[in-house]
Design a protein around this ligand. Structure first.
Ligand SMILES: Cc1cc2nc3c(=O)[nH]c(=O)nc-3n(C[C@H](O)[C@H](O)[C@H](O)COP(=O)(O)OP(=O)(O)OC[C@H]3O[C@@H](n4cnc5c(N)ncnc54)[C@H](O)[C@@H]3O)c2cc1C
Length: 284
């Protein structure tokens, strides 16, 4: 199923993001998590793309397995990092052969000392144009309600996003955020700039204090004062922290759905309990 077609149904499309595990234990956890989340009937699931060669192969294998053996529509993330055009063509060819119809085209983060292959792409818009030109995928792109950390300014970041959509991106998924006001302001600016494709908010329920600190640092997402003070009260206790995280994510999702978003993309961290709790709350 092409994800762009799912959005045409005019009902919120829920999706779950996973990453390729490094160990056998991690794989067992991932497949258990997918089985636990499958009854929530997601529109699709996605698997991230790593910088190293072996993780990249895993992404291709996992999406094909999820789609063909577990029966969920799966999207592969694919970044510009580490692949020249021939390698990209090979990867996209394997995905096509495996029946995958959806790719999230990303710039990716350059690892320290990174030497790009001579014919690689630098930015996601170049990769999106390449995929749209030579293949038949429904193509997604990333966007940043609080502006990409390396962008020169919010205005320039938005102008680049317009280029990315013009390169053929069918839908956008946002970086995680904790304050819906940031999303709504960004969405309004994007619409004003002429972006018409679905903009799907990315939500990550906080599951532990340590995880939260790491993620907030990596994503540079602003934590609103109210959430910060509630987390500080419970940070000694992971169960209480998850309760606060689930409650916060539920409130975010409720408001986003009420205001008519095209879907919600959950960053699951390969774990199911927080996402399942949020879903249960949303059904009440
Ligand atoms: C939903 C989502 C999923 C993600 N999945 C992965 C994953 O699987 N693997 C992974 O490694 N990372 C992933 N990331 C992280 C992402 O790769 C990084 O945030 C990366 O720094 C930017 O990727 P991008 O696709 O937004 O890049 P781009 O769209 O290329 O933008 C990157 C930066 O360059 C600027 N820019 C864009 N075009 C130009 C141009 N022509 N000239 C000058 N500047 C330009 C932009 O303003 C921005 O600051 C994901 C992020 C999101 C939001």
């Amino acid at each position: 199923m092409r994800i762009s077609e799912l959005f045409e149904r005019n009902q919120p499309v829920f999706s779950f993001e996973f990453f390729p595990p490094k160990t056998d234990k991690g794989f067992r956890l991932l497949y258990r998590t997918i089985e636990e989340l499958k009854p929530l009937d997601p529109g699709y699931v996605s698997v991230t793309w790593g910088a190293g060669g072996s993780t990249r192969r895993k992404t291709v294998d996992i999406v094909i397995q999820i789609q063909n053996d577990i029966g969920l529509t799966a999207m592969a993330h694919l970044s510009c990092i580490g692949s020249g055009r021939d390698q990209l063509r090979e990867t996209l060819g394997k995905l096509t052969e495996g029946g995958i119809e959806n790719v999230l085209a990303l710039g990716g983060d350059r690892p320290e000392g990174y030497e790009p292959p001579p014919d690689s792409f630098t930015y996601a818009n170049e990769l999106a144009a390449f995929i749209r030109g030579d293949f038949d995928f429904s193509v997604g792109g990333a966007c940043y309600p609080e502006t990409h950390p390396l962008a020169e300014s919010p205005e320039k970041d938005l102008a680049r996003l317009v280029d990315k959509v013009n390169a053929g991106v069918h839908f956008l998924i946002t970086q995680l955020f904790y304050d819906n006001a940031d999303f709504f302001a960004f969405e309004a600016r994007a619409r004003e700039a002429g972006i018409e494709v679905p903009i799907v908010p990315g939500i990550m329920p906080i599951i532990s204090a340590a995880n939260n600190r790491r993620i907030a640092k990596l994503s540079q997402a602003r934590i609103p004062e109210e959430l910060e003070s509630r987390l500080t009260e419970v940070e000694h206790d992971d169960a209480l922290t998850m309760e606060v995280g689930v409650e916060w994510a539920t409130l975010q999702c409720r408001e986003l759905i009420e205001r008519g978003v095209s879907g919600i993309h959950f960053y699951t961290m390969n774990k199911s309990p927080a996402t399942r709790h949020v879903f249960r709350n949303l059904q009440q």
